[in-house]
Ligand binder design. Structure first.
Ligand code: ADP
Ligand code: MG
Length: 503
């Protein structure tokens, strides 16, 4: 569907055109006309389907620029998302000169107060900080026309429902309400019952999302082999903009350190980093100053990162929906993408569960041999050489080159140059990654590799992997509680640090 068939004003069509959007996504095509008719809409769609513009464009269209009150409020689960949404709305509203202010915890509240005093027509914020501003009367919602709850299920998981209820109470009953969520658990359904008026549901099936434009591979390997295999794959696959997912914060930190040690431009994000650090890493990645972004699921959720060529699931996700989220970051906008998922022998059941959901088989990928990796490195070097020759800017160098040709054979010179411009064999820098316990065993796979009671196998000691014994049931419970507490702590961190910064 073309944007100009959706009833949008010319001052929006111009910014849409500048953003490079050619066609409306399915959720946009369905949501925009409904919102323009004044309907409440429940939008159910995964990350990356263009929900921001789906609600943002009609909001921008309906904004009265002569009215100095806050007319639209978007509630976002995280600071990053709030900022991202603010930026997108600002960009799309530029020709209409709409002011959009973001407010979130962990940032100077006085600056936000000044921003709010400058009469933005749209405010985007995280729940706690929004409440804070409401209590200080630095934000008034008496004239609000449109309220958006973005990523509602995420806000539920983060424990924000009560805050949201309190915010909604400050908005007039007559408002239009939009709710976006990838899933619709019962508490969210209740919200829609209490806060929405005869809402229309727009549901985009996940099937349309598991992009056929992503070539999905898996590699079977032991945990301790993954890192070397991955960097060899880099040599062969030459990824450009790359996302790597790790299961835990420690994983993310260690992978990032390991990649840097091997000369890759990599940074990591997870819930323990400061807000500033996460934002600056994301900015660098988006600007192409980094080639590799390592992340946990929680840190990456909902973030809009485009142009990703490769996604490496260093750890297979436990939850098949996470897989869809992860690989949905590549293969966008008609471009093709590649995903590679590492599977330890114990985790094959998870692979099958994912394939059942996506209705697509992943293709097995063999770890590249040293020779294949070498050929990959050299071909990168060759590209550099060819580009240099095409640039043909050698005048300064030719006298010296002639001297060298008298001293050495052409074969020696060319080999030396090729070596110099090819990336090093990554495996020459040893990197040790602390083994993670594999996910608890899941049905459909007969072998039992339990018994890592001693902390799992270490650096190359294959025997301990085969050692039997240990209480499998006990281990399973241990894994479970540990994983949950990890997830919880990442989330509650987001919340506590937010509370802490409440000034
Ligand atoms: P979601 O909220 O569903 O996760 P976003 O609104 O963050 O998705 O959009 C994801 C990316 O797609 C953004 O970079 C956005 O600019 C881009 N985008 C949105 N709509 C379109 C479109 N119609 N065509 C191309 N790109 C789009
Ligand atoms: Mg979004």
């Amino acid at each position: 569907m073309k944007f100009n068939e959706l009833g949008l004003a010319p001052e929006l069509l111009s910014t849409i055109e500048r953003s490079g959007f050619e066609e409306a996504t399915p959720i946009q095509a369905q949501t925009i006309p409904l919102m323009l008719q004044g309907k409440d809409v429940i939008g159910q769609a995964q990350t990356g389907t263009g929900k921001t513009a789906a609600f943002g464009l009609p909001i921008l269209q309906m904004i009265d620029t002569t009215d100095r009150n806050v007319q639209a409020l978007v509630i976002s689960p995280t600071r990053e998302l709030a900022v991202q949404t603010q930026e997108e709305l600002y960009k799309l509203g530029a020709d209409k000169h709409v002011k959009v202010q973001a407010v979130y915890g962990g940032a100077d509240i006085r600056r936000q107060i000044r921003g709010l005093a400058d009469h933005p027509q749209i405010v985007v914020g995280t729940p706690g900080r929004l409440l804070d501003h409401l209590n200080r009367h630095t934000l008034k919602l008496a004239n609000l026309k449109t309220l958006v709850l973005d990523e509602a299920d995420e806000m539920l998981d983060m424990g924000f429902i009560e805050d949201i209820e309190n915010i909604v109470k400050s908005a007039p009953e007559t408002r239009q309400t939009l709710l976006f969520s990838a899933t619709m658990p019962a508490p969210i359904m209740r919200l829609t019952d209490t806060f929405m008026h005869e809402p229309v549901t727009v549901k985009i099936k996940s099937k349309e999302l598991t992009a056929d434009t992503v070539d999905q591979y898996y590699v079977r390997s032991k945990d301790f082999e993954k890192f070397d295999i991955m960097t060899r794959l880099f040599d062969v696959q030459s990824p450009e903009l790359t996302l790597i997912f790790g299961r835990t914060k420690r994983r993310v930190d260690e992978l990032t350190r390991g990649l840097k040690a091997r000369g890759y431009r990599a940074e990591g994000i997870h819930g323990d980093l400061t807000q500033q650090k996460r934002m600056s890493v994301l900015r660098q990645f988006k600007a192409g100053e980094l080639d590799f972004l390592v992340a946990t699921d929680v840190a990456a959720r909902g973030l809009d990162i485009s142009g990703v060529t490769h996604v490496y699931n260093y750890d297979i996700p436990q939850d098949p929906d996470s897989y869809v989220h992860r690989i949905g970051r590549t293969g966008r906008a008609g471009k093709s993408g590649v995903s590679v998922t590492f599977v330890t022998p114990n985790e094959v059941g998870y692979l099958r569960t994912i394939e059942d959901l996506t209705k697509k088989r992943m293709m097995p990928l063999k770890p590249p041999t040293a020779k294949e990796a070498f050929l990959g490195q050299v071909s990168t070097g060759l590209e550099t050489i060819k580009a240099q020759i095409e640039a043909d800017d050698f005048d300064k160098y030719e006298p010296m080159a002639e001297g060298l040709l008298e001293q050495f054979t052409p074969l020696q010179l060319v080999s030396a140059y090729l070596k110099a411009v090819s990336p090093d064999d990554a495996a020459t820098v040893p990197v040790k990654i602390t083994p993670e316990r594999p996910l608890p065993h899941r049905g459909g796979y007969a072998r039992n590799n339990g018994g890592h009671g001693n902390g799992g196998y270490r650096g190359g000691d294959r025997r301990s992997n085969d050692r039997r014994g240990g209480n499998r049931e006990g281990k399973r419970q241990f894994d479970k509680s540990r994983r949950y507490s990890e997830k919880r702590s990442e989330r509650s961190n987001a919340k506590t640090s937010f509370k802490k910064h409440k000034d």
